[in-house]
Design a binder for this molecule. Structure first.
Ligand code: ADP
Ligand code: GLC
Length: 480
């Protein structure tokens, strides 16, 4: 099969959250399974600054957007003759700012224009460099209108389109005044139109309607979207009205990047048979972060996350005083909502030595926290898949998660006989606190702690399996 992935994030070039992890691993798994693969993504300033060896290729063209001509330049990166990543660049749209925000974290001024440009340009690249593609796999709202553009403007391309919703809470909603940027007939933006949503423009809605197939990143979340208006952020209505199917394919883990035996970022490598060395990582983490040394012998809980409403930061904040009163330490690495950042920093001040907060994006520290803590908390309000709970299991760091979406599909609550973590159901600080109390009891029983850690370490969420599931879905599309 010949597969083209199109996405706004691709690890290691650009990563804000799990979307980057997926695009860093799924294409490789597909290539290993014998498929031809390429990835198309924007060339952001941060990618230019990292100085990868990108090769400028001769393809160059203009994209019309909002009555203006914008030049698209194309660069390529080859993974030692396995597969290629194509980077698309326009100076006025991508030479400054981050992936989804300006460099100072404020909202991107040209977000709609950026991603409309990217979608139009990506299709042009497919038609020039991958015209025999079987599947164009579009990821998230930034490329959700691409299936519609393909239908309208690239009738010669035989590829079928697959649209994966990684996060239904981010739909790319734009002000109706921006409709001119899309270059589509006015009917799409009028009441009842495929991009019309409560008076605004909604790209995700168009993706659900026009892609040949639609998926999300865990079976439970697929059910949640189809069953709940709230959890689907309103998109359930579109599925019901159009009778569209929604497939749930669980993400995997890139174990070359996330394994304690060979992790190049942690202080001491370890495995199930040398689990004592995990303690060395805990000691070094405690020293590096300057938290209370006595935490070496008390439970240390980690969190690495975007600090946004989805991630359950509000219930964590509410539970912090009780968590500290249990004698636990808490280490949080994240960035996002200013209000959450401030409140977390206030707790760091109030509970010096017990609560440590690092605001920012830090790949190295993310590995060290996942390896060096005893428990890892993911109290999400909703979670399409979530990858950090799977990483933490691999490191013997017991996950404490809320029972939602992919968290429910990957972590089994310790029931006294078996289990890989601690799972709580109701979204509230009290239930989170009870889960942490359970963690503390587990911590006190060294043998039990080790047993649950090892249960998690044995789990494998292989990308080969997920790639196999995608392959079956692609094959169905190609045949239809
Ligand atoms: P989401 O995509 O919703 O953010 P996931 O759990 O799927 O959630 O993926 C989050 C990814 O981003 C993980 O790889 C996690 O380690 C990483 N991450 C999140 N915040 C940070 C941060 N501040 N520093 C480093 N890595 C982070
Ligand atoms: C999203 C989701 C997360 C998922 C990731 C990768 O951002 O919030 O749950 O793991 O995409 O699919």
């Amino acid at each position: 099969m010949n597969i083209v992935h199109i996405a706004a994030e691709v690890y290691p070039f650009s990563k804000v959250g799990g979307l980057g992890d997926v695009l860093g691993a799924l294409p490789r798994a597909q290539w290993k399974a014998g498929d031809r693969v390429c990835v198309i993504t924007p060339l952001y300033k941060e990618v230019i600054d990292k100085k990868y060896e990108l090769k400028r290729i001769s393809l160059e063209f203009d994209v019309w957007i909002g009555g203006k001509k914008r030049k698209c330049r194309v660069f390529e990166y080859s993974y030692d003759s396995t597969y290629k990543v194509y980077f698309l660049f326009n100076r006025s749209l991508f030479a400054k700012g981050g992936v989804y925000t300006e460099s100072d974290g404020s909202p991107l001024a040209n977000s709609t224009e950026r991603f409309v440009f990217f979608q139009k340009a990506a299709l042009r690249v497919v038609s020039c460099l991958a015209k025999d593609a079987d599947i164009i796999h579009c990821h998230d709202n930034h490329v959700a209108v691409l299936p519609l553009y393909k239908k309208l403007r690239y009738k010669n391309l035989r590829a079928r389109t697959f649209f994966t919703i990684h996060n239904v809470g981010y739909q790319g909603v734009a002000d109706m005044r921006e409709k001119g940027l899309f270059g589509l007939p006015g009917s799409y933006f009028r009441k009842g139109g495929d991009l019309f949503w409560q008076g605004s423009i909604n790209p995700m809605k168009a993706g659900i309607i026009h892609a040949d197939a639609v998926g999300t990143v865990s079976p439970t979340h697929a059910r949640e979207i189809l069953e709940s208006g709230e959890l689907s952020a309103g998109m359930r209505e579109i599925f019901v009205r159009t009778g569209r199917k929604l497939y749930g394919v669980l993400n995997g883990v890139d174990y070359d990047e996330w394994s304690p035996e060979k992790d190049r970022f942690i202080w001491k490598n370890y495995s199930m048979s040398s689990l004592d060395s995990k303690q060395e990582n805990k000691k070094r983490l405690i020293a590096e972060l300057g938290v209370d040394v006595s935490l070496e012998e008390r439970p240390l809980i980690g969190m690495v996350s975007r600090l946004v409403e989805q991630k359950g930061v509000d219930i964590l904040l509410e539970a912090i005083p009780s968590i500290v009163s249990l004698g636990c330490g808490l280490v949080v690495l994240g960035k996002g909502n200013r209000k959450y950042e401030e409140k977390l920093k206030n707790y760091q001040e109030r509970y010096k030595g017990a609560v440590c907060v690092r605001i920012g994006y830090d790949y190295l520290l993310s590995h060290r926290i996942i390896a060096g803590t005893d428990f890892f908390v993911v109290p999400s309000r909703y979670e399409p898949c979530g990858v950090t709970q799977m990483y933490s299991m691999r490191y013997g760091t017991i996950p404490i998660v809320r029972k939602t979406g992919g968290l429910a599909d990957t972590v089994k609550d310790w029931d006294g006989k078996e289990g890989t973590g601690i799972v709580f159901e109701e979204y509230c600080a009290e239930e989170l606190f009870k889960a942490i109390r359970k963690a503390v009891n587990i911590y006190r029983n060294r043998d039990l702690h080790r047993e649950i850690s090892c249960n998690g370490m044995r789990m494998r969420f292989s990308w080969d399996k997920s790639a196999g599931e995608y392959r079956k879905l692609y094959a169905k599309l190609i045949e239809s």
